[in-house]
Design a binder for this molecule. Structure first.
Ligand code: ADP
Length: 483
């Protein structure tokens, strides 16, 4: 990887590479080295991008879905043809282990393919009429110019999860990537531009988050905002959207529990909890925040978790044996340190980890040891806030009603995980947990064909599935009298 690469020194506006005098630095979080200087765009560049997207919309939205899908399928092929190079960039910029980065890049291509295909199956409806000689018809139309704002934890996959459904539905787009991870977005856009997609259909603006966000919200020509990130910023965007009653898809924070009942397969539960909890160093929006272990199996589960967690290899993402890489942002690491210190002060027991790692050459990076905390109680801040880091807190419970009440006692409602073999209990948990997504006897949720999203303060709308494409459309209903 060329450090300070000039490859990432531009935005994409109206089909052109745009550079700026003013730039910001992007770091490799494993080493602290500067990876790139990226244009620090703001209101002016965002307006130019909206102008371009608005000009491109009439022609793009009139094309057939099959035609639009063709560009996306070509894009997916190009991404797969550059798979390793993109995975190396993703790991260097974001910090995740190369194995995970490879998985994310492959997932990015599959996400694009799925949306390209699903977008061709979107259909309207003809409803039986109330009068003879009449047809009641429902059309699906592209919503217009869409503003897309993506986070740093899955900067490739989430980009695809927004760009692909928007484009196949007939929207034109202005995308703002997270300030920690603009390079992978710039690289993915280069491959998109190489498909020959018409000028102005897809625009990328890097830079000042609030200035770009404000502009996307303030311009009435942007008809839709799709955002993935913190609940805090989601609320800002929702307030701003009110002025134009702008359409919103919001994928926000969570406080997701996993509940392990005594009849569960504890080896499988431990295995799957650890793979969920420590993926991407715990920076996963639907990652497990709290582990509720039934009193009867608490000790056995904790032992199995401790054994697996203490074996996890922490190393820079590009090291061959890395299983847990650097955290993406110093503020995320600081939050984890604060939450662990608060929990320990209030009586939590550290079974493994519990501190920042600085030895063995990790000192310049943002590494936190995979951590297991036992004897966690609800007065500790980490039971209320999203940890977003490699820390697994264990609480105990005795009965189903009590654990449901405790799990639902949060403003969030993103994901819930349950381990049990009892079918009746599974359905009681499905009915009882106030979440948008659940996994039972597993901890994987993110699939291109599944509608993912939150309830309560975890969001509005869904990404993925046919619903994810529908989010970029509006219905137009027509009562046609022909006799
Ligand atoms: P996280 O806490 O997961 O980093 P953020 O909500 O801070 O999430 O960031 C997610 C995305 O939102 C990033 O692209 C970030 O730049 C962007 N963002 C931050 N502040 C604003 C804002 N005021 N308006 C629009 N986007 C913003």
């Amino acid at each position: 990887m060329k450090e300070k690469s000039m490859e990432w020194n531009h935005m994409w506006i109206d089909g052109e590479q745009v550079t700026l005098q003013e730039t910001f630095e992007v770091y490799n979080p494993a080493t602290g080295a500067v990876l790139a200087y990226v244009p620090n765009g703001g209101e002016r560049e965002t307006k130019q991008a909206i102008d371009a997207a608005y000009r491109a919309f009439p022609e793009w939205s009139k094309r057939t879905a099959g035609d639009r899908a063709g560009y996306l399928l070509d894009w997916a092929d190009r991404i797969l043809a550059h798979h390793e190079e993109l995975a190396l960039l993703l790991s260097s910029e974001q910090g995740k282990p190369l194995a995970e980065a490879r998985g994310e890049i492959a997932g990015t291509a599959y996400m694009i393919r799925y949306n390209a295909e699903e977008g061709q199956r979107l259909a309207g409806e003809i409803i039986p009429a109330s009068n003879p000689g009449q047809k009641l018809m429902v059309f699906r139309e592209a919503v217009g110019v869409a503003g897309l704002i993506t986070p740093a934890n899955f900067p490739a996959a989430i980009l695809a999860q927004k760009v692909a459904p928007a484009l196949v539905a007939g929207c034109t787009i202005v995308l703002k990537p997270a300030e920690q991870t603009p390079c992978i977005a710039i690289a993915l856009f280069r491959h998109l531009m190489e498909t020959g997609i018409p000028q102005g259909v897809a625009n990328l603006v890097t830079g000042e988050p609030a200035a770009i966000g404000n502009m996307l919200s303030a311009d009435p020509r942007v008809r839709k905002i799709s955002f993935t990130g913190s609940t805090e910023v989601g609320k800002i965007l929702m307030r701003q959207a009110a002025d134009h009653v702008k359409r919103l898809t919001l994928e926000l924070g969570g406080n997701s529990p996993v509940i392990v009942f005594p009849d569960a397969d504890l080896d499988a539960a431990a295995e799957k909890i650890v793979s969920n909890k420590f993926e991407n160093a715990g920076q996963v929006c639907n990652g497990i925040n709290l582990i509720y272990a039934h009193k009867k199996i608490h000790q056995e589960l904790v032992d199995k978790l401790a054994e697996r967690i203490s074996r996890l290899q922490v190393a820079p993402g590009l090291a061959p044996d890395s299983q847990v890489g650097a955290m993406i942002d110093p503020s995320y690491l600081a939050k984890v340190e604060r939450l662990v210190a608060d929990a320990v002060e209030k009586g939590a027991k550290v079974l493994t980890g519990g501190r920042r790692l600085t030895e063995n050459g990790l000192g310049n990076g943002l590494f936190f040891a995979p951590t297991l905390l036992d004897e966690v109680t609800h007065d500790m801040e980490l039971t209320k806030e999203e940890i977003f880091g490699p820390v697994a807190p264990v609480l105990t419970f005795e009965d189903e009603t009590e654990v449901l009440e405790r799990s639902n006692n949060t403003p969030y409602g993103l994901a819930g995980y349950v381990f049990t073999r009892d079918a009746a209990r599974m359905f009681r948990m499905i009915a009882g947990l106030e979440v948008g997504n659940m996994a039972i006897n597993g901890t994987s949720l993110a699939y291109p064909q599944a509608p993912f999203g939150g309830v309560k303060a975890s969001g509005i709308g869904r990404v993925g599935g046919k619903q994810g494409v529908e989010e970029f459309t509006e219905l137009k209903y027509v009562a046609l009298t022909f006799e």
